[in-house]
Structure formats: structure tokens, C-alpha cells
Design a protein around this ligand. Structure first.
Ligand SMILES: NC(=O)c1ccc[n+]([C@@H]2O[C@H](COP(=O)([O-])OP(=O)(O)OC[C@H]3O[C@@H](n4cnc5c(N)ncnc54)[C@H](O)[C@@H]3O)[C@@H](O)[C@H]2O)c1
Length: 305
């Protein structure tokens, strides 16, 4: 890390949620290495969202500062309006501006649907979906005010979806629904916020963090030598570019990011279609649908199916 401020994010102020460990930490360090001033948010919860031993955000701030960069810690809960508002305020009060928001914080409560408690549904929907909406909402209000005051922002939002949200994942009904919701939110935010100079994209990452190192131990393991494909640091370069002014014109898109691979995810679009020009009977609808299915691409498999 240079921390000298001569990279592609020089002069930008970047907020990263859940940046005390895992992917968020890697993003925060990578932004600082490209010259950004970083607000490092983390509530410091356990893998299931239950209270942890305290926020690891300050450690990441210390690492950035030790390398010559600028950062400040924020320990609030991003799924509360107060936490999200104070996160945006931390950027403005400390560094005088806000250019990029990376929504990344989250946790898991994996269960088969038949065993999934209402609490586990609510907690996961809350941290991912509301935890994306609220910081976005508060940042958007700031950027709209800037645009209306004649200071058009060159702002960026990077949201964090997941392959589970795009393709489905057995045992993760709550998480898959929340991560699919984040894609819908991304599309709407990109369409609504473009007029204020804000671009909004999402990534579906995969990397070795406490979220994956036990469940997918073999895939995630670091090799003894050679490219450590599943290191979280491999996801961050795309996130940094999307959060920089260099990504001008790219908005409303979803990218797969893992190891050395970047993938443009191509989403729902109309496939084979039939129009009777009048109401079908159920039997006719069935016959037509089976014909259309035979002409269509088979769906991608659900993870773990
Ligand atoms: N690791 C992967 O392969 C993978 C794959 C797909 C998606 N993701 C997503 O990437 C993001 C980061 O995950 P990770 O693997 O680095 O996990 P992680 O557990 O290492 O990091 C998540 C961080 O978010 C923090 N956090 C949780 N709730 C919070 C809240 N309410 N407010 C503030 N901070 C909070 C936690 O304390 C933790 O430090 C998550 O959204 C996750 O769903 C990860």
C-alpha cells in the first residue's frame, strides 16, 4: 500500500460497511492503497449476527494509517436509520465529502426452509436488505442535495449480492431472498440516481472469509504456493474500480468477482413467448407453456441441489 494518494481513488472519500474483516477489510485497504480516505464501518458481530467481542474496525483503520493512508472507524449498526445516518455524517464530518458507498456488511443464519425460524428470516433480511437500503437512502439524500446546490456528484455505490441471490442456494432461503432483493434495489437505485450523478452496481463475490472457510473448506483453502485464488483481496480490485471515477458510464450491472475472474452476470430477460391474443384455458396454457419450456435454455443449477 502506498497511501500517498496517487492512485485511481485519489481525493475520494469512501465508506465501506462491515469492513472490519473479510471482504470489507480487503476493500477498505485496497481503496486506501488507491488514495481514498476511508470510513471503516463494522459493528463487530458474530457470524450469526449475535453480539461479538467488539468492533474490529479500529484495527483496519490502524493498518491503513500505518501504511500512510487516512481512515476513520465507525462502529454503528448499518441496518438502523441512526447507524446509517451517522455513517454518512462520519464521512462528511471527518473528510468533508462522500464519493463512494460500498454496502458489504452482513451475516448468515443458514437453515432448511422447513426449520427456518421467523427470527432467522427477519435478522438476515434486515442486515442485508435493510442494511443496503438505509446507507443508500442517506447517501442518496446527500448526493441529491449536492446536485440541487449545483455541485453535481461523481458518486458510486457498490452493493454486495451473492451467487445465492442470483441462482439460489439450498439451506439459504433467507439469504438468497435478501441477496436477490439487493439486485432489484441496485437496478432501481441506478435508474433513479443517475440524474444526480450517482452510479450503482452490484457484485456477487466468492472468497475465503469466516463465512465460507468452514462450509467450503476445500474450495477456499490457500495453496502452499502459487496464486491464492480465494483470497478476499482478489475481489477488491473490481470493487475499487467500480467505486472510482474511472468506471464512468457503468451502472445498473451485476458482476461476478472471484479469484482472477470477472464475469458480467446477465439477468432475467424474456425468453420463448407465445401470445394467443385472447384468454387461454388452463389446459391450453399448460400445452403452450410446455412447448415454450422445450424451446428455452435450462436454468442454471441451484447451489447445493
Ligand atoms: N465470502 C464469500 O464467499 C461471499 C460470497 C457471496 C457474498 N458474500 C457477501 O460479502 C459480504 C461480506 O462477507 P464476508 O464473507 O467478508 O463476511 P465476514 O463475516 O468476514 O464480514 C462481514 C462483516 O460485517 C459485519 N457486520 C455484520 N452485521 C453488521 C451490521 N449490522 N452493521 C455493521 N457491520 C456489520 C461483521 O461484524 C463482519 O465483520 C456479505 O454481504 C456476504 O453476504 C460473501
Amino acid at each position: 500500500m502506498t497511501g500517498t494518494g496517487d492512485g485511481i481513488c485519489r481525493g475520494r472519500v469512501v465508506v465501506v460497511t462491515g469492513a472490519g474483516r473479510g471482504l470489507g477489510r480487503a476493500h477498505a485497504l485496497a481503496y486506501a492503497a488507491e488514495g481514498a480516505k476511508v470510513v471503516v464501518n463494522d459493528l463487530g458481530v458474530g457470524l450469526d449476527g449475535k453480539p461479538g467481542a467488539g468492533s474490529p474496525a479500529q484495527q483496519v483503520v490502524d493498518e491503513i494509517r500505518a501504511a500512510g493512508g487516512e481512515a476513520v472507524a465507525h462502529g454503528g449498526d448499518i441496518a438502523t436509520s441512526e447507524g446509517a445516518a451517522s455513517l454518512v455524517a462520519a464521512a462528511l464530518d471527518t473528510f468533508g465529502r462522500l464519493d463512494t458507498l460500498v454496502n458489504n456488511a452482513g451475516f448468515l443464519r443458514d437453515r432448511m426452509l422447513v426449520n427456518l425460524d421467523e427470527d432467522d428470516w427477519d435478522a438476515v433480511m434486515r442486515v442485508h436488505l435493510k442494511g443496503h437500503f438505509l446507507p443508500l437512502r442517506h447517501a442518496a439524500a446527500h448526493w441529491r442535495a449536492e446536485a440541487k446546490a449545483g455541485r453535481r456528484p461523481d458518486a458510486r455505490v457498490v452493493n454486495t449480492s451473492s451467487g445465492a441471490g442470483l441462482l439460489g442456494s439450498v439451506g439459504q432461503g433467507n439469504y438468497s431472498a435478501a441477496k436477490a432483493g439487493i439486485v432489484g434495489l441496485t437496478l432501481v437505485a441506478a435508474a433513479e440516481m443517475g440524474r444526480y450523478g450517482v452510479q450503482v452496481n452490484a457484485i456477487a463475490p466468492a472468497a475465503r472469509t469466516r463465512m465460507t472457510e468452514a462450509t467450503f473448506a476445500e474450495t477456499m483453502a490457500a495453496p502452499e504456493n502459487g496464486f491464492d485464488a480465494m483470497a478476499p483481496e482478489n475481489v477488491s480490485p473490481l470493487v475499487v474500480w467500480l467505486g472510482s471515477s474511472a468506471s464512468a458510464g457503468v451502472t445498473g450491472r451485476v458482476f461476478g468477482a472471484e479469484a482472477g475472474r470477472i464475469t458480467v452476470m446477465e439477468g432475467w430477460r424474456p425468453g420463448p413467448t407465445a401470445d394467443k391474443g385472447a384468454r387461454w384455458t388452463p389446459a391450453e396454457a399448460g400445452e403452450a407453456t410446455l412447448k415454450l419450456l422445450a424451446e428455452s435454455e435450462p436454468p442454471q443449477p441451484v447451489y447445493g441441489a
